[in-house]
Design a protein around this ligand. Structure first.
Ligand code: NAG
Length: 297
């Protein structure tokens, strides 16, 4: 069965076209086999060359794009800008609350340095008293802690870390509180709470905590940072603040966790409620960086 017959069989209504086709085929056939062979070879060669040329062109374009994204044509920068590109890997672990995990944010040596600085200054951690409260609530926050400012550290480690937090959060260092370095020993924890101070409970605030960056300084069993209201779950009257449920970020030496306490419209995000689960084995060390919405706080 020739191809002509096939056309006739399958498209009977398009006889005219088919005939034109067969006419063309016939005229070629008259050239004889060597002619057809030569024609085919030329056609193949032309096609080969053309496709080669095309792929070279598109290859060059691809290389160019790749070069652009690897070498980065640096943008002119302002007085306070950088002359290099920064990439800080992170994982979005939740949008409700807005929470982001930064693996390998600091080196083990940097973490140990912060622990060494904080160790001799540790005191029992306290909480801000709510309206009507006159003494520290019992058994809510059982860690030890101290505050460390970047300028206290002549080695520049705290400065480097703070700089990197600024790059990760895109929020300026002038809005940062000093590092609150905390040690949670066996069984120690912090019941679920907000980092932001609701004026209804705590009275008028000079400024508010927008976001929190936690840098985990040790590996530990237990001691997870838990968000019980993640994705608006468990938000009923029955939730016990001592319960460690919901989304849990496991502390890993050198890793960072960033979350926002305020919505973009500045109202308090109820899902930013979080706690520190009891330590099961070892000690949890963490450097907390609270970021304010004002420079005065
Ligand atoms: C602020 O934003 C949150 C989240 O989008 C929304 O639920 C809330 O109603 C807003 N509050 C005000 C006062 O607009």
């Amino acid at each position: 069965m020739s191809s002509n017959q096939m056309f006739d069989d399958y498209i009977p209504k398009k006889k005219a076209k088919t005939r034109a086709y067969s006419l063309c085929w016939n005229s070629k056939a008259k050239i004889g086999f060597p002619g057809v062979f030569l024609f085919c070879c030329l056609f193949f060669l032309a096609g080969f060359l053309a496709s080669n040329l095309l792929s070279q062109v598109s290859g060059a374009r691809q290389r160019g794009r790749r070069l652009e994204s690897l070498d980065y044509d640096l943008m002119a920068h302002g007085e306070t800008g950088d002359d290099s590109i920064s990439t800080i890997p992170f994982q979005v672990i939740s949008w409700r609350p807005r929470a982001f995990y930064f693996p390998d944010f600091a080196t083990p040596a940097q973490c140990q340095h912060i622990i060494d600085m904080a160790q001799p200054k540790l005191e029992p951690s306290t909480v801000l008293l709510a309206k009507g409260e006159t003494q520290q609530p019992y058994d809510v926050r059982t860690s030890m802690g101290t505050f460390l400012s970047a300028y206290e550290d002549e080695t520049g480690v705290l400065d480097d870390i703070e700089e990197k937090i600024a790059m990760a959060t895109k929020l300026p260092r002038v809005n940062y509180e000093a590092f609150n370095v905390l040690r949670y020993g066996l069984g120690q924890k912090y019941d679920s709470h907000y980092d932001v101070f609701d004026p209804e409970r705590y009275g008028p605030q000079k400024s508010q905590r927008v976001a929190t960056f936690l840098l985990y300084l040790s590996d530990v069993e237990g001691g997870e940072t838990a968000f019980p209201f993640e994705d608006s779950l468990n938000m009923d009257e029955n939730y016990d603040v001592k319960k460690c449920i919901g989304l849990k970020a496991k502390p890993r030496l050198g890793d960072g966790l960033l979350f926002y306490s305020l919505f973009p419209n500045n109202s308090i995000d109820p899902t930013s409620t979080h706690g520190s689960c009891p330590v099961i084995k070892g000690a949890k060390w963490v450097a907390t960086k609270w970021i304010r919405d004002e420079q005065d706080f």
